[in-house]
Design a protein around this ligand. Structure first.
Ligand code: NZQ
Ligand code: ZN
Length: 388
């Protein structure tokens, strides 16, 4: 294994009824609260009432709201939040939503303490040294943002979507009540499942054969997700399936799978580039791109794709070549995601090949991207072309 440091200070409050506990958690950090949320799903499912009731029980609490955080949250909204915090002298951010709301909260949190343009931080030109403390109430299982320090922000004016990671932006606490996710519609539920599995893939495809525990953690997240997912899609209100998916989502990207290995992340960079140009849902983009990325890398290095197939998709290895096993793995992955109702081609979102060059350019945050098989811009163009 590579040498590594592991830190994860996020406190998890898991299960039914945990939203009420925010009244005990928040006063440890502040009482002048920015309540941040998205486009209104929390008003429809009753969560807004639960949250505001709990906040009203904090003596001396002062709450300012910012709603309308977009899926694929925008830099403009981050800047609005920074202004609101400064104008109202707020000292805590409560993010109630999915990855988009939580990521927006993280960028606001570091932007308040940075004199320049917060986009410098998002693009890693400046390193944050301080952040406003954040708490979250998670409403959709997907990104893992509730238990990591990462944030992904879109600069729509420049068609750019970038991420930063900081130890200062770990949520102080995250409430994970699976019941809240019962109102997530089918398409978003599927995108979340694809995102969770993709996070495992990104951290599974590396060269080390010396991280067996991390690999087995990843495989168990994949297996339990794949067991629960079809049942959940048939019964979106089933508490226990929601519960399994929620915990899996959080553990797929809280750092444990990356201990001592060099993760890949090329497919995420390509997906972020597609979303930056076409504003499609993150999980939808991954469902299209990941099998095509796997096909591309398996042509050069099939061994890990074959291992995934044997261990997770139950493929019989007997006397078969890795390339053959890899091809079957990719076919089974495509079948599984399609059976849930995930998209399989960029043209499903009306995307044609006219902007392949721009998307590939945006994906190339370095000379090559990814580690399992480092990709050049030409490689990325080829993966995108195969995904149309
Ligand atoms: O805005 P509202 O009205 O709340 O509706 C949202 C939104 O339209 C809806 N939704 C969420 N919870 C719901 C619900 N609808 C009904 N009932 C509920 N309980 O779902 C839609 C999508 O929400 P969003 O927050 O955008 O989804 P997700 O959690 O998938 O977040 C996606 C963003 O996270 C980034 C993605 O790139 C994308 O910008 N990522 C963040 C990561 C991180 N911070 O670690 C890693 C990921 O790989 C990812 O890149
Ligand atoms: Zn993701």
């Amino acid at each position: 294994m590579n040498t590594f440091q592991f830190i994860n200070p996020a406190k998890i409050l898991f299960g039914r009824g945990q939203v009420a506990k925010i009244k005990d958690e928040i006063p440890e950090y502040g009482r002048r609260i920015l309540l941040l949320y998205g486009g209104g799903s929390i008003k429809k499912n009753g969560l807004y009432d639960q949250v505001t009731r709990a906040l009203s029980e904090i003596p001396g609490a002062h709450v300012v709201e910012l709603s309308g955080v977009e899926p694929n949250p925008r830099l403009t909204t981050v800047n609005k939040g920074i202004e609101l915090i400064k104008q109202n002298d707020l000292d805590f951010i409560l993010a109630v939503g999915g990855g988009s709301v939580i990521d927006c909260a993280k960028a606001i949190a570091v932007g308040v303490h940075y004199e320049g343009d917060v986009w410098d931080i998002v693009t890693n030109k400046a390193i944050p040294t301080k952040a406003v403390p954040i708490g979250t109430v998670l409403t959709i299982s997907a990104t893992g943002s509730e238990m990591n320090g990462g944030s992904v922000i879109t600069n729509w004016a420049e068609n750019d979507k970038r991420f930063f990671v900081s130890n200062h932006t770990f949520p102080k606490f995250s409430v994970l009540d699976p019941e809240i996710t019962a109102s997530v519609p089918k398409d978003q539920t599927v995108y979340g499942i694809v995102d969770i599995m993709s996070h495992v893939f990104e951290q599974y495809f590396h060269d080390s054969s010396k991280a067996p525990l991390q690999e087995r953690f990843g495989e168990s997240i994949l297996q339990t997700t794949m067991e629960a997912a079809p049942k959940l899609i048939d019964d979106l209100h089933h508490f226990e399936y929601r519960e399994v998916i929620m915990l899996n989502g959080t553990f797929a990207l809280n750092g444990i799978l990356s201990m001592g290995i060099e993760a890949d992340w090329a497919t995420h960079m390509i997906e972020h580039a597609v979303s930056a140009v076409h504003d499609i849902p993150h999980g939808g983009g991954l469902a299209i791109l990941f099998p095509n990325w796997m096909e591309f890398v398996a042509a050069k290095k099939p061994v890990k794709v074959a291992q995934l197939g044997i261990r997770v998709f139950g493929i019989e290895a007997e006397n078969r070549k890795d390339s053959d096993l890899a091809a079957e793995t990719i076919r089974k992955l495509r079948e599984f995601w399609s059976s849930l109702g995930a998209p399989s081609k960029l043209s499903d979102y009306g995307i044609n090949d006219s902007e392949i060059d721009l998307m590939a350019e945006r994906a190339m945050v370095a000379e090559t991207i990814g580690n399992y098989v480092p990709l050049t811009k030409k490689d990325v163009e080829s993966i995108l072309r195969n995904s149309i």
